[in-house]
Design a protein around this ligand. Sequence first.
Ligand SMILES: Cc1ncc(COP(=O)(O)O)c(C=O)c1O
Length: 389
Amino acid sequence: MDLSYIINELGEERDLYFNAIAPPIVQSSNFAFDTVAALRELLLDEYNGFLYSRGNNPTIDILRQKLAALDGAEDALVFGSGAAAIFTTVLSQLKKGDHVVCVRDPYSWARRLFENILPRFGVDTTFVDGTATAHFEAALQPNTALIYLESPNSLTFELQDVAAIAQLARSRGITTIIDNSYCTPLYQQAHVMGIDLCLQSATKFISGHSDTMAGVVTGTREKIRRIFASEFLNIGSGIAPFNAWLLLRGLRTLEIRLQRSAASTAKVVERLKRHPLIEKIFFPLDPDFPQYELATRQMKGAAGLLTIQLKADNRDQVELFCNSLQHFLMAVSWGGHESLAFPACASLKAEDFNVNEPKHRMVRLYIGLEDPGYLIADLEQALEKIGKA
Ligand SMILES: Cc1ncc(COP(=O)(O)O)c(C=O)c1O
């Protein structure tokens, strides 16, 4: 399906709402019926109609159609956060006694789900170094029901060979889930590579304006319908109509926002790579990135996030760099209009900082929509401050 069609037309039945260009926010929890028979029909199966907004809602329905089509999938469910999408989707695929193989270092709340919550229900997880498919194969057990991927991750950008792992899983009857938040469907088509269920934190690029939380899962109608009828309705963490409308608005500019951010990110990487105070730079489309060949094979692009490892002698220098930034905001998250810096050492107690631990000297940058020269000048002046410290 054509991207322009998906973004501008798909799902938008404008004649139903006065030919308004922007779709309405149907801020209603429930919907009325003319007959008992019509009400009964939806109570028995609400997948295909509007009964109650914990399930379906007209504004959210437009968004579902677009998000599914972007991923080349048959259907999508949209949640109040990416974490809710992860929790609901993972839970829907598992039962007591199952085993999961998960890439090492997935998004922190996914890791906590596998480490802290699922074991209470008799589900164990093996975490593997995802850079070789053989590691996944070696970790499989007779009861492995799920392989969970995140490619690339959002700090060091390690990739998994998505097609090879999907093929391995299919040959063993194992379900695959990927967190595709970094790439979005525009830069990585996970279903084409054989993945069953594709997740995203739509809080990031899909929203694009740092003004709403959201998550999405896409897959076949059969899989999505099963999740809808059980875990989705039961957990009740679907997105609210107004937030869905914000995502519809965000989607209109997704492609050009990604293009702008990708072009600026490439410029920032090029400039910082040669900086004497930067020991290492992590960006999957940098030709020196260890998995560059795999990245160019399975990703169509990369935008926004990169990580720099500072040549700092102590925590004060890392903090001085971050505190000196004038245009980058210091914050978690990414994918919005605004550039961000996030020092990994902010996740540690100050006394646990160890200068010999490369991760402690890492600062993740998100390159937003500002002028790249303006951002590079800000980074350079902050780096200069550490030089003088
Ligand atoms: C890679 C990745 N996946 C999932 C999430 C969770 O999304 P949310 O914050 O929308 O719950 C995040 C949030 O930072 C993330 O970075």
